[in-house]
Design a protein around this ligand. Structure first.
Ligand SMILES: [Zn+2]
Length: 269
């Protein structure tokens, strides 16, 4: 089934009215771009991409990519959160990457592939800028700065995925849940996380009851506050103490992708 048949285009409510570019797409003001990758580009390269992007709303549980399906669009997330997952068994999906406003969906295109090996699902509603696969490839082949930025991003996601393998096999559930909250907090730039226990359990590949128990302990310790479909981080320093260091490795790798800064050595973690 083609991706276009898996997404109900009627669900793509276009965001607040913005300017219409020369390609006839509703696009954002370059100065108002919320995606960290785009905002780090030079004005010329950012404009080069934005001319081919359109603003879209992201609804919870929306699929941005489906495993084994040709990719039609890549996305620069501006708000909300999404999860890249891989299949473990017939029906179990395990998260391999957490995405937010610092992220890009469409890595296979950067690596010359047109079919995604993974599924990407929106976890927290938000907005994104989407660009057709052909348009992204064109920009990458004609704009070296964009290509370099996306290749650095690929490296950061590789580090994140491999760190999650190590984390899931070596660290306790309490540490992993704390790490997950901190990564989402970093990616969304907000301590307010609107997601169900069930979705977090799926992301971590554990039972929902285990997540509920862990959150109860964290709340009793004054680290978080819970309500229905919502978690608020109220003591981030103590949450970071509870967590393993994996979120720092992931964050440092991502900062390198944004700034290309060799001074951020992940080895120290
Ligand atoms: Zn860990």
């Amino acid at each position: 089934m083609l991706k276009s048949e898996t997404i109900d285009d009627r669900a793509w409510a276009v965001g607040p009215p913005r300017s219409i570019n020369r390609n006839g797409l509703l696009c954002p003001d370059p100065q108002e771009t919320c995606n960290a990758l785009l905002s780090r580009l030079s004005h010329r390269s950012r404009q080069n991409l934005l001319e081919r992007c359109e603003s879209v709303d992201l609804a919870a549980r929306m699929r941005l990519q489906d495993r084994g399906v040709p990719i039609q669009y890549a996305y620069f997330i501006e708000s909300g959160a999404a999860s890249v997952s891989t299949r473990a068994g017939d029906c179990l999906q395990v998260e391999i990457q957490t995405l937010g406003k610092k992220d890009f969906v469409g890595i296979p295109l950067v690596l010359g592939m047109r079919i995604s090996p993974h599924t990407c699902t929106v976890q927290m509603p938000g907005t994104a800028l989407r660009i057709r696969a052909e348009a992204l490839i064109h920009v990458m082949t004609t704009d070296r700065e964009v290509e370099k930025m996306l290749l650095r991003y690929v490296q950061a996601t590789h580090i994140q995925s491999s760190q999650l393998v190590a984390c899931n096999s070596r660290h306790s559930l309490n540490q992993r849940v704390a790490r997950w909250l901190l990564v989402v907090r970093d990616r969304t730039d907000s301590p307010e996380i609107g997601i169900t226990h069930r979705s977090i359990a799926q992301a971590l590949g554990v039972r929902r009851a285990s997540i509920t128990d862990t959150f109860a302990e964290m709340e009793a310790a004054g680290l978080i506050r819970r309500s229905r479909k919502h978690i608020a981080i109220i003591n981030e320093p103590c949450l970071a103490e509870l967590s393993c260091n994996c979120h720092r490795v992931i964050q440092a790798a991502h900062e390198n992708s944004l700034f290309g800064n060799p001074g951020l050595h992940i080895e120290r973690w």
